[in-house]
Design a binder for this molecule. Sequence first.
Ligand SMILES: [Ca+2]
Ligand SMILES: [Ca+2]
Length: 187
Amino acid sequence: MKGFVLLLAVVLFAAPAAVADWAVDEGFEGGSIPAGWTVIDYDGDGLEWVAFSHENAHSGSWMAAVEAYSSNDGDDWLITPQVAVSSGDVFTFYARSWYSTEDFEVRLSTSGAVVGDFDYLLDTVTGAGSSWVMYEYDLTPYAGQNCYLAVRWMVDTYCLLIDDVKVGQESSPVEETSWAMIKAMYR
Ligand SMILES: [Ca+2]
Ligand SMILES: [Ca+2]
């Protein structure tokens, strides 16, 4: 009985923290670039960001991919839906080249989702290789604003892959601590 009361207290304490915190959490497993996202084929070569199924996906079977057949061509944008940013939010994703190396920028817009709106350069990545690497950016400086996040690929070799894009933040540590307590109680 004492254990039950303690468990109840822990659950009640944890309940307010049990919210879905990621505003964007996209692994492209729906087999398409989802509604609300924007792709821009800025180089105009007819090749743009698409959902692509292959065993190389970071999660599941699908990822986002873009390719080009000339090293002069690559300027392709993958843009998240608009997100109301809160303090502590991050923009995170996994990226790799298909082979050899690729270059890309990470950009943020506090206005629209066209190329000229992305005034804020969060990162310039050169020589990204063919192993998945997680990138993460603190969005706290933009808290209180409605933002779009973009990966702008500038071809180095051939093809860039992106998977598991998230905007927001992890579940509250309060909730995680409580589950650890519950598990410890019934060990
Ligand atoms: Ca995936
Ligand atoms: Ca293109």
